[in-house]
Design a protein. Structure first.
Lengths: 359, 279
């Protein structure tokens, strides 16, 4: 059990072991996600409630077409997308913070955010110039596809830049990420300049994120990638704990540091790339969720990673419920909701515990 | 009599016009009102704001970011939407829920105005009202065209969309603003690019517009005459020297709905003052 500055001052027993507390937290989070899922399935502008649906199911009455569409074509894919995206963003954040030993790290740092954004902008502005055969093949999934490949390409470049003689320098990656972010920002700027009004509105809405476009087709494409990444993440837990002592110490503990870095970067690029592709830019989940959890249950990644997946999923579902109810029948982009809720929470964490920035 | 009535009902049922209509697009909403069919509306999108009564209807959001559940919540039996409404996922879900999602051309031209009226009327089963409206519009269009053709020396008009931070965003060709300028008998001073662009000061000076056209709306988009005169490039244009600055309501000017001819006449009168003193 390694003690990190993150955990300084949190209640613990005499031995400093907080695993009991962590297990309880995870149990509570499972209940929380289940409740959020039921709420997400049962609420929405259309007023189709789970009670009515259950009553009909028990009495054997058929659901109306509208009820079926609302439940199975709108809310269910949206629920699953929300859970996977929330979990992917939160776990990616936790992994990045552990890997970089930097509390500010989030999935954006490996360039996925900027690269995916550039991909999406390219598709929105220049998509119409693609050969008709390509357009017919991608259909309306052109933007998510472009976002996914944009994220991947940037991560790959960053990884190449910061890897020398088989050793990846985390600091170089951080700095190169800033440079690459500025570069994709500039390219995005050029595209924004040549975009027409309608494309500009599309860009703005994409950047604010939304789960409203969730569909079974998108889910079928993105879910396997996110699930694989989420399943791979727990394999990193022990290595991330070791890495908290420094790369040298981790190597002496018998951790294959370079292999673990490769796996971590791959996991984050896959999870975030797919998440951003289906939902656009949703901020703050990746940074707030892990910090919130470290306050409660300490920094042990064996518990932190699953807990982050659960809390991320639950919080995104809640944010989505707010986004679809607050100005119904219209919908507020979910990125606005997560930022409005996440910003103050993050400030509160900082005020409560200035120590986390000293790490 | 009773039997005849029954037969009529049977015939009418499958043909019955839709009674719960959501309209997406400001110009289309105006047409629904001009046809006197507003009692059928149950929702509208953010871009629909004229006539003012339309704003009392539930707002389903921006036309390109419609929420599928929000639309279904209004229990519509017809959605009349401007071309480009979406996203595509929402349109697909409407199909799955067997709610007709009719997309209607958005072209900024007089012919397209008539086509829109015809399509909306056909969907709402309001052909008699449409015939009257189309007759009126055709007469108005004819007199607008005549007025525009009578112009011997067309004025060079610049449409300024915004001037934030002194940076001028103006309309090029293939824009609604450009089409309106031509309908009113003017020439767009910036026909060498398509869409809206931020202009350099030199480009403005080179184009030398004789008239500046703007939307009158509140907030930071409103530009005063003093600001135009003080602007390094706008202040040197012939338009600024003669004080030829025209402000018109945005949806009135660019909506390409039933009021388009009226707006065109107003703009024409403002451009060439004497021959037409309308609006």
């Amino acid at each position: 059990m390694v003690a990190l500055p993150w955990g300084r001052g949190t209640e613990r027993d005499a031995t400093g072991d907080r695993s009991e507390r962590a297990r309880l937290t995870i149990l509570a989070l499972v209940v929380f996600v289940m409740l959020a899922a039921v709420a997400s399935l049962g609420t929405g502008a259309a007023g189709v409630s789970l009670g009515d649906v259950l009553a009909k199911w028990i009495t054997g009455e058929a659901l109306s077409l509208r009820e079926r569409v609302v439940l199975f074509d709108i809310r269910l894919p949206r629920l699953l997308t929300g859970m996977l995206v929330g979990a992917s963003l939160a776990v990616s954040g936790a992994v990045m913070q552990g890997l970089f030993r930097n509390p500010l790290a989030d999935p954006g740092i490996v360039g996925v955010g900027a690269g995916a954004g550039l991909g999406a902008v390219l598709a929105i502005v220049l998509g119409a110039f693609l050969p008709p055969a390509v357009l017919a093949f991608t259909g309306m999934h052109l933007v998510p596809l472009a976002a996914f490949f944009g994220g991947w390409a940037t991560t790959l470049i960053l990884y190449r830049v910061s890897t020398r003689a088989g050793r990846t320098s985390v600091a170089t990656m951080l700095l190169a990420g800033i440079a690459l972010g500025a570069l994709s920002g500039a390219l995005t700027g050029i595209l924004v300049y040549i975009a027409d009004d309608q494309q500009l509105r599309d860009l703005t809405f994409w950047g604010l994120g939304s789960l409203a476009g969730a569909s079974w087709a998108k889910l079928a494409a993105a879910a396997p990638i996110m699930m694989l990444a989420l399943l791979a993440a727990p394999m990193l837990a022990r290595a991330l704990n070791g890495l908290a002592l420094g790369e040298g110490a981790a190597a002496h503990l018998g951790i294959a540091v370079q292999r673990m870095k490769n796996l971590a970067i791959l996991t984050v690029a896959a999870a975030t790339g797919a998440a951003v592709a289906v939902s656009g830019g949703i901020g703050f989940i990746g940074i707030v969720v892990p910090h919130l959890l470290r306050l409660v249950m300490g920094p042990d990644h064996r518990f932190l990673l699953p807990a982050a997946a659960l809390l991320g999923a639950g919080l995104l579902l809640l944010a989505d419920i707010i986004s679809r109810l607050i100005i119904a029948p219209a919908e507020l982009p979910i990125g606005i909701v997560t930022a409005v809720l996440g910003g103050p929470v993050f400030l509160w964490i900082l005020l409560r515990r200035r120590g986390i920035v000293d790490m | 009599m009773l039997r005849l009535g029954l037969v009529l009902t049977c015939l009418a049922t499958p043909l019955a016009a839709q009674e719960r209509v959501v309209v997406v697009g400001g110009g289309l909403a105006e047409i629904v009102y001009a046809l006197g069919q507003e009692h059928r509306l149950v929702g509208r999108d953010t871009t629909a704001s004229f006539p003012p009564e339309v704003e009392a209807l539930p707002d389903v959001g921006y036309m390109r970011a419609l929420s599928p559940e929000g639309l279904l919540a209004l229990d519509p039996d017809l959605i009349l939407a401007s071309e480009g409404s979406g996203p595509a996922e929402t349109v697909q879900i409407m199909q799955a829920a067997s709610v007709p999602f009719v997309q209607i051309t958005e072209d900024p031209s007089l012919d397209a105005v008539l086509e829109r009226v015809r399509t909306v009327a056909a969907q709402l089963d309001a052909e008699p009202e449409a015939a009257a409206l189309i007759a009126r519009l055709e007469a108005e269009f004819a007199s607008l065209r005549a007025a525009a053709e009578a112009v011997t020396t067309p004025k060079r008009v610049m449409f300024v969309l915004s001037a934030q931070g002194g940076r001028i965003n103006a309309a090029g060709r293939d824009t609604g603003a450009s089409a309106m300028i031509e309908l009113a008998g003017g020439v767009n001073a910036f026909a060498d690019f398509a869409g809206y662009r931020l202009l350099s000061d030199e480009a403005i000076t080179a184009a030398a517009p004789e008239v500046i056209l703007m939307m009158d709306r509140g907030g930071d988009h409103a530009i005063s005459d003093a600001e135009i005169l003080a602007h390094p490039a706008l202040g040197l244009t012939p338009a600024a020297e003669t004080g030829a600055v025209i402000r018109m309501n945005g949806i009135y000017l660019l909506g390409f709905g039933p009021r388009t001819a009226e707006a065109g006449q107003d703009l024409h009168s403002a451009l060439y003052a004497e021959p037409h003193k309308g609006g």
